[in-house]
Design a protein around this ligand. Structure first.
Ligand code: ADE
Length: 418
């Protein structure tokens, strides 16, 4: 079996951690149980480009139990958990191409490795598989039945390709399922971003001024958690509607350059480029902490920071301190890559359970399709979304009310008024 990982000797540690995560992924486990019996993915090659974590391991093991031939590479050079890769290779026979800290060339050579197998289905977190197919391996697209996309940034890129008529195969936007973004993006990013900041710095959030750039689902979750830990939270936004929402949620809202003067901790989570920029670095307080929780490492203008600095050094694992000409220090976390995955372990298994249940069921949906879909970005079928919510509630021991026949009829009718 061909693979490229750091050290297969780490497998025992990885296996224990994968099992630990599985105890909080009951919905994925129930799908695994059914897949084991029904084998709906028999004969299907699935190439995945995902963060190589314990939760991803539980997804790919589930796909394999469903009969798929699964291949895995990393969706970020710093998020790979090397012990997880080792366990997947050694104990589960799943070829993994991912090494924590890999450089750009190796990162892309790993992407090519999982595409060279000529998959029927691609699974992306950030659209790097799809974009590599489109840039370098266009011949593969005709054989690919479809793909899935895990994250907001990937969906934005794919919708733009589809709108320009450039998308060569259909994609299901897993990110847009309610059982994905309402929980993973909000509660997952909220907690794991704070987790990354704390593991890297051990800073006190209470009493700090915490600046969140972007008030989408991820930004909302992060602001909520920072506020809950006693920070004064400032939101920077460009969308007037989201800005009003932030004001009414009780946050201060101001332009980034104003927030830059007073913030202690800065996190950008917008999906856009150069959000934390030179104008901000020029006015930040000494010892400010700066982190990115967006998919790509483009949100912090690292080039500007490098140019402004007269020196830099690693002060703790995951913290690079830049010394500016005037003596101020700016601390960059996780090299400007996703702080929750580079400095911590990503979202907790409990929320990834729903995200990856969506992945597993959408992959099954693509595998069982009778006709080829058009080359568009599709939503997750509503039955899948609702079924995951139903299953999750059962596993949480929560029961809910049902509409009576009379209530259903009332909702269908229009005659009854004042
Ligand atoms: N994205 C965010 N957190 C994650 C995790 N724990 N596993 C895989 N992908 C993730």
């Amino acid at each position: 079996m061909d693979y490229d990982i750091k050290d297969v000797g780490l497998a025992d540690k990885g296996e224990n951690r994968i099992e630990w995560a599985s105890t909080n992924m009951p919905v994925v486990l129930s799908i695994r149980e059914r897949f084991r019996k029904e084998r709906p993915l028999k004969g299907i090659k699935v190439s995945c480009c995902l963060h190589v974590t314990t939760e991803t391991a539980n997804l790919v093991i589930t796909l394999k139990e469903g009969g798929a031939e699964v291949y895995l590479c990393a969706s970020n050079p710093l998020s790979t958990q090397d012990d997880v890769s080792a366990a997947l290779v050694k104990n589960h026979g799943i070829p993994v191409f991912a090494i924590n800290g890999e450089d750009r060339d190796i990162y892309y050579s790993h992407i090519r490795s999982v595409l060279n197998v000529e998959p029927h289905i691609t699974v992306d977190d950030g659209a790097d598989l799809v974009s590599t197919v489109h840039k370098e391996m266009r011949g593969l697209a005709g054989k690919i039945v479809g793909g899935t996309e895990e994250t907001t940034t990937g969906v934005v890129r794919l919708k733009s390709m589809a709108n320009k008529g450039e998308l060569l195969y259909p994609i299901i936007a897993v990110n847009d399922a309610q059982t994905k973004h309402l929980f993973d993006n909000r509660y997952g990013t909220g907690q794991s971003t704070i987790d990354g900041i704390l593991r890297a710095t051990n800073t006190l959030i209470a009493g700090s001024t915490f600046v969140v750039c972007g008030y989408g689902w991820c930004g909302k979750g992060l602001a909520m958690r920072a506020k809950g830990m006693g920070a004064r939270v400032i939101i920077c936004e460009v969308d007037p509607i989201k800005a009003i929402e932030a004001v009414l949620d009780g946050y201060l809202v101001m332009p980034f350059v104003e927030a830059a003067k007073v913030g202690d901790i800065f996190v950008t989570v917008t999906g856009d480029i150069r959000v934390i920029h030179k104008g901000g670095f020029e006015v930040m307080k000494d010892n400010a902490l700066v982190a990115n929780a967006g998919h790509f490492d483009v949100e912090i203008d690292l080039k500007a920071l490098e140019e402004m600095a007269k020196g830099k050094r690693t002060v703790r694992d995951g913290v690079t301190q830049f010394l500016l000409e005037d003596g101020r220090r700016i601390n960059l976390l996780g090299e400007g890559r996703l702080v929750n995955l580079s400095c911590a372990e990503g979202h907790p298994s409990m929320v990834m359970d729903m995200s990856f249940a969506n992945q597993a069921l959408c992959i099954e949906y693509l595998a069982l399709l009778r006709e080829r879909l058009e080359n568009k970005v599709y939503p997750v079928p509503e039955e899948i979304d609702r079924e995951i919510a139903r299953l999750k509630l059962i596993t949480m021991g929560v029961t809910i009310d049902e509409l009576t026949e009379e209530q259903k009829e009332y909702l269908r009718s229009w005659e009854i008024g004042t």
